[in-house]
Design a protein around this ligand. Sequence first.
Ligand SMILES: *Cc1c(COP(=O)(O)O)cnc(C)c1O
Length: 466
Amino acid sequence: MSNISSDLVLFNELVDVLINEEEQHPVADRIEADKLYDAIDLSLNATAMVDEELKTVLKDVLVSTPKTATRLFFNQLFGGRQGKAVLGDLLAVMLNNSMYTYKVAGPQVGIELEIIRQSCDMIGYGSQSNGTFPTGGSMSNYMALVMGRDAKDPDCRLNGMSKPMVIYTSKESHYSTAKNASFAGIGKNNIRFIPADSRGRMMPEKLEAQIIEDLSNGFVPTYVNATAGTTVLGAFDAIDEIADITEKYKIWLHVDGAYCGSVIFSDSFKHLVKGIERSDSFSYNAHKMLGTPLTCSIILVKDKKHLHNSFSNDADYLYQTDGDDFNLGKTSFQCGRRNDALKFWTLWKSVGTNGLKQIVDQQFELANVALDYIRSHSDYTLYSFDDSISICFNYKNIDPTTLCTALYEHQITVVGFGSFNDDTFVRLVTINANNKKQDILNFFKVLEEFVEKHPELVGATEAIQA
Ligand SMILES: *Cc1c(COP(=O)(O)O)cnc(C)c1O
């Protein structure tokens, strides 16, 4: 059997292979899904494998796995890699703590709490606030919804749903709210999807009108989800205006900042979440704008009693020492819980809050590079707006679905498409803060060169339109 030291030597060797591969082939060779098992030996067998052979298989897997950290990956709401965060995550794997008790996690508890405390201070949540690290943004939204539900009807935790609750979110919000409504016993049909304005922001006047209508029909307005960075356009709902309404009707206000909530780290961009201190809960994903490895999601709650009321369950076999404040399992969804705090803390500790600001600001700078380029080239049509790191456009009226698929299949660049109202477009996400201006300009260059070589793409669209 191998020992950990030699495994780590192997690890370093494989990482060298990966880094080299990322430089040589920023877009991995694509394996068709139906040929996958023929292309790489993924089979699990009864017999052991010697390290040399294992190394070969692992190399094959590394080389053909989609590269999300390279300068040609723009497909997702994450991308790139902050080295210090990787360091922290590797240490978390070695330590292998579980975050439920101080007894088992020790200083790691303090690390998690420090991130939560600093984040709460940054958004002006006050001394009663607290938070936790759920498994991701969807789970953060779920925890927020459960707290909002229980705040409206505490009895619901014991007896189940007895009130006709309804919840509100914009048409442009993330789909997790719909799933969560079903998990939380509220039901998908009891979500009110509020229309968005021409820039993708929830319309507060429509929200209030819907609440008034629901009240007059005997429903119980329970929860409003506002979004800081919508999934397609990267739009920011107007929190202050929405908070005027939620305060008036006593409804829980959650701000889903999974995508762009990290603007709280930037003096230049935190105005986009103005009024955040008036929300009841707020979540952000450090694995999106802040470049930490997946997943690293933080939910903050203005009044910590809600976290306790909704998520603590006494378990004498587990909570034997150290008091509740350091036994984080009292306020988490899971029992055993991965240490997602150390990677973010290692990054934050090393670059400081000023460094996190730079990471955020760089993404908006890259977005401006892309916006300028699109605005000064008449072959492009722009669909997105300022103050967003989602740059939405079409090129030469080529069908964006066809274009993105062709770029991916030819290993040119990995970028996705999205829709808003009746338009579908390419969505370039400038979230990789390691990228430079040159990398964004290079994206347009490789796209244009590709289209030049494939004139049928332009023709195909014209044929479809004709
Ligand atoms: C990514 C995203 C989520 C979901 O976060 P996961 O960590 O992927 O579960 C929720 N809301 C918004 C606005 C997002 O962009």
